[in-house]
Design a protein around this ligand. Sequence first.
Ligand SMILES: *Cc1c(COP(=O)(O)O)cnc(C)c1O
Length: 441
Amino acid sequence: MKYSSTRNTGDSNRLTLDEALLRGIAEDGGLFLPDVLPTFSLDEFSNSKSIRDTARTLLTPFFSGSSLAGMIDEIIAATFGFPIPVSKLDVDDADAWMLELYHGPTAAFKDVGAGFLAACLSRLNSAAESPLTILVATSGDTGGAVAAAFDGKPNIRVVVLFPDGRVSERQQKQLTCWGDNILSLAIKGSFDDCQSTVKAALAEPALRDNYRFSSANSINIGRLLPQSTYYAHASLMHFRATGRKPGFIIPVGNLGNSLACILARDMGLPIGDIVLASNANRLIPDYLRGADWIPRASIQTLASAMDVGNPSNMERLRHMHGDADDLNKIISAVTVSDAQIEQQIVQDQQQLGFATCPHTATATYAYHHLQPEQKKNDWILVATAHPAKFDSIVEPLIGEAVPVPEELNRILSRPSRFTVIEPGLDALSAALLENFPVDAR
Ligand SMILES: *Cc1c(COP(=O)(O)O)cnc(C)c1O
C-alpha cells in the first residue's frame, strides 16, 4: 500500500506507511491518503468477535509494505486496550444507541488515534540512535491524549504547548502529569501562539536536525486509520444482530472522526446515513448548503474541542468524494448553538439518566431533530468524551456532580509539572535545551 498527498498524486511522491507516519504532512502541504482504499465483504469479518479481530482484518491492507506489518497484533493490542461499548439508549420514540468512545486514558476518542500513532512511531524509531521529538500545540484535548499515549515510550519525547490559563483544570492535569519524556509548556498567549511557536521550531534547520521533530496532530494518517475500526465493529455487530445498517451521528470539529466513519462505509461496512453535528463553527453545514469553502476564524463555544474554523480533513474528503453537490449525496450536517447544547445536556440528564459532554450533546440534539422519516432508522450516536472532563460546564446545568471514571480519577490524583514560557522560538529553544540537552542524547 502506498500513500500520496492530496495535492500531488505523482508516482515519485508515493510513500510507504512508515514514511507517511513519520512525516505527518506532505512536503507540498497536502495530507496523506492511501492510493487505493481496500474494500471488504461482510464474510471477511464473519469470525470477528472482538474489536481487535475487526481491527486486524480492517487494518492489515494498510500495513502492506510497511516494516510494521509483522507487528500488527501488538499495535492493535496497544491501541484497543480499553472497552469501546455500544449501549442502548432509553428513548421512547425510536431505536437509538450510543458508541462510548470515552473509556480511554484521557476520556475522549482521541485516545484511540494517539495510542495507535504512539504504538507505530515508537516501533519505527526503536532502532534509531537518537530520539524523535514530537511537538504538539493543543487547545486542550489533543495534547493530553498524545502525552498519555507516549508517556514512558523509549526513544521518543513529546513537547506539549498549551495556552496558559485557557484550558480547564482537568484538561491541564491531563497535559502536565506525565513522566520525564513529556515536557509540558504553558505558553503566555493563545492557542494560535502555541501553533505559531511550533511552526517556527519546525522551520528552524538547526533545531530540527538536533531534535528530529515529528508531529502528532490530527492530520497524521496514523490518527485517522484506527478510528475507522470502531465504526466498522459497531456496524458489524449491529447488522449481525438486527439485519439493519445503523446510521451514525458524529460531533464534528476537524472532521477526522467523521471521515473515519465515511471511510469505513466506503470500505464496505454496513453503515447507513452519516450525520455530522457541528457547533457554532458552522463552515461544514454552510458549505453543504451552498456557501463557498472559505476558512473562518474559530469561535469559542462550550464544545471547545470542536472549535475549528478551518477543518483540515475536508481536503481529504473533497479529494475522495468531490465538492458540495457530491458530498450532499453522502453526508448531511446540522449546526447546534451553545444555548441548544446547554438545553440538550439538561434534557439528556432527564431522559437518558446521565449527562452528555458538550460535544456529545450536539449529537443527541441532532438526533432529536432528525426528519420523522429518517428517525425510523436505527441510529448510533457517537459520544466523543466523558462529561466528567467538562464538569465546570455540565455540573451547574444538571445541578449535581458527575461521577468521575476511575481512569480519570487516577490522573487527577497525580502531581503536575510544567514550565510557563513566552511564545516564540527563543523561549521554546531555551526550554528544549534545558530539558533535553543535545549532548546528553
Ligand atoms: C477532537 C474532538 C471532537 C472533534 O473531532 P474531529 O475529529 O476533530 O472532528 C469532538 N469531541 C471531542 C470531545 C473531541 O476531543
